[in-house]
Design a protein around this ligand. Structure first.
Ligand code: FAD
Ligand code: DLZ
Ligand code: SF4
Length: 510
């Protein structure tokens, strides 16, 4: 009799994953916690705990359905996926392996070698949890001068039928309601309280393991209340749609001191590890709109993040790999400051966003993009070091989604493939969208001098430093002309302030 191993990776925790489609009674599901995955960057403790706990609960769920599971708990001697599979093939006498293509280039390359290296038949199946196939994205992208999310998103709207009106056009007459989604938070708005999930025995074991084996990784395991089962994840999705989605759009770009989640879904980690499907999240949101429970700007905004941005980002990743991670169009070289690992900086917006990140392994999109990312861009931080930080620190971070967001969206290191212009901003943007500046030792209204908000002069220094690189970009050209119209004294003051700032940064004094 022959044995087939169905190998499930830590971000494939979905009952409808293609590798389980035709599972037979004699097949064995292999799942393993391996040193290479847990250690290739210093993942935040809460991220490892979430992945391991979700994996163990998924294995329990499979066993309850009478599926044979070979689950390998973390053990440093189990080095890699390849070693775990080699060992399992021998122990089970397997001659066939069925696996869904990894989401990440590095792991897919491993998978492609398994048949040769392990002398078994390996069936690699596409990951059909994504809405666009890699072929579809490539067909859409090839021959286009510019790849813009907005146009790809419209294709995805047509493909899925989400928010398509009876006449075949977009619901409400527009494809995109982002113009309604840029409000600052009113003082008296009530922010809904999140459901929390109790730590069961399985999670407790994982937390103890992470504390013992990953003590030197960033973050802590305090208040680990995250969903780790399919049932909890569904509950969290339903809670989001009922309680937070109605305000999600309007306040999507807002930030408030001490409020990490606001009206964001906090679903990315659950979708990325497979506990929730991208399609079901969108279906649930659209149903809320059709039932009159959430407005169009919120629902369109949420669906766009998932079938637009998430799919576009994944498309870019596969279209550009390998080599994408090494892009550095702005030749940025500065080392990542230590405060990225401690939050210890006097710039309050950064202190808040990084401290929350260290506490929760989460920050919402605008904190990642317009505070931390904006700083990384303006300060000219080395793209590889920035990538490693984002990959390590966020509980939803997998290379396929982290890399294009860092290389393309925040650092413009791909020379405009993802973003038509750099997402660079002065302190005024952060001031408009948050209350961070009220609690900062720097003055957001001051443009120069030691008390001035560093984002103000770093912004213009960035424009000046890169003016030749932006020469072909019409929108950046307009901004550069404003810089050139400033007096020589003003431009000198910007350069001097930036030089002083970078000297202090290199001494760890910011
Ligand atoms: P919501 O604001 O509620 O959005 C809904 C969903 O839309 C998210 O759950 C997510 O699945 C999807 N989404 C929204 N924006 C993006 C985007 N730009 N790319 C991909 N999906 C998106 N997201 C990750 O899932 N993993 C990452 O490693 C990651 N790294 C990022 C790095 C940087 C520099 C930036 C600027 C963004 C990054 N994002 C990443 C995208 C986005 O910030 C997170 O998906 C979002 O903050 C997760 O919180 P949420 O679930 O509350 O999202
Ligand atoms: C993120 C992660 C971590 C920390 N550990 C494991 C693990 O031990 N075993 C596993 O199967 N998956 C893990 N993952 C998720 C993988 O990194 C992810 O499945 C691959 O990168 C493929 O995309
Ligand atoms: Fe951030 Fe500048 Fe505002 Fe301080 S003043 S919080 S550094 S934007």
């Amino acid at each position: 009799m022959t044995t087939t191993i169905r190998f499930i990776l830590g971000d494939q925790l979905s009952r409808d994953i293609s590798s389980l489609a035709d599972i037979g009674g004699d097949d064995v599901v292999l799942m393993c916690e391996v040193a290479e995955e847990a250690g290739y960057v210093p993942h935040h403790k809460k991220k490892i705990a979430l992945v391991f706990s979700a994996m163990r609960h998924f294995a329990e769920e499979l066993r309850r359905s009478d599926i044979r599971v070979d689950y390998r708990d973390y053990d440093e001697s189990l080095a890699s996926f390849t070693e775990a599979l080699r060992d399992a093939v021998e122990r089970h006498g397997a001659d066939r392996v069925v696996v869904t293509e990894a989401a990440e280039y590095r792991v897919l390359e491993m998978q492609k070698d398994w048949a040769r290296d392990l002398c078994v038949e390996v069936e690699l199946r596409p990951d059909d949890r994504f809405i666009a196939t890699q072929r579809e994205f490539a067909d859409w992208a090839d021959g286009r001068k510019e790849l813009r999310m907005e146009f790809f998103y419209r294709e995805m709207r047509r493909k899925t039928g989400h928010l398509i009106a009876a006449d075949g056009g977009p619901e409400g007459g527009d494809w995109n309601f982002d113009k309604d989604n840029r409000e600052a938070l009113p003082d008296n708005i009530a922010i809904p309280e999140r459901p929390t999930y109790t730590v069961d025995d399985t999670t407790r074991e994982v937390l103890d393991l992470v504390e013992a084996r990953f003590a030197d990784h960033p973050g802590d395991l305090e208040r680990f209340t995250y969903p780790v089962t399919r049932r909890q994840a569904l509950h969290y999705l339903n809670w989001f749609v009922d309680e937070a989605l109605p305000c999600f759009g309007t306040y999507q770009d807002a930030m408030r001191q001490g409020e990490a989640l606001l009206f964001h879904s906090h679903l990315s980690a659950l979708i990325n590890c497979g506990l929730l499907g991208a399609r079901e999240c969108c279906e649930r949101a659209e149903a809320a709109y059709r039932d009159g429970e959430a407005p169009l700007n919120a629902v369109e905004g949420f669906i766009r993040q998932i079938i637009g941005w998430r799919e576009f980002i994944r498309g870019i990743y596969w279209h550009q790999m390998p080599g994408y991670g090494a892009r550095n169009a702005l030749e940025a070289k500065r080392d990542l400051p230590d405060f990225f690992w401690t939050g210890d900086t006097q710039m309050n917006c950064l202190r808040q966003s990084i401290t929350e990140t260290l506490e929760n392994a989460y920050a919402h999109h605008i904190q990642r993009l317009m505070v931390i990312g904006n700083f990384a861009l303006l300060a000219g931080l080395d793209p590889k070091q920035v990538q490693d930080w984002y990959l390590a620190i966020y509980h939803d971070a997998y290379e396929w989604v982290e890399m294009p967001n860092v290389v393309g969206m925040i650092l413009y290191a791909d020379a405009g493939l993802v973003a038509s212009k750099p997402y660079a901003a002065s302190g005024a943007y952060i001031h408009r969208m948050s209350d961070y500046c009220e609690n900062c030792r720097f003055a957001v209204t001051k443009k120069n001098g030691p008390k001035a908000c560093p984002f103000n002069y770093l912004y213009w220094d960035f424009i000046g430093r890169n003016r030749e690189r932006f020469a072909g970009n019409r929108r950046m050209g307009m901004i550069d002309r404003t810089l050139q119209r400033m007096s020589d004294d003003k431009r000198d003051a910007i350069r001097d302030d930036a030089a002083r700032f970078f000297r202090a940064l290199s001494k760890g004094e910011v």
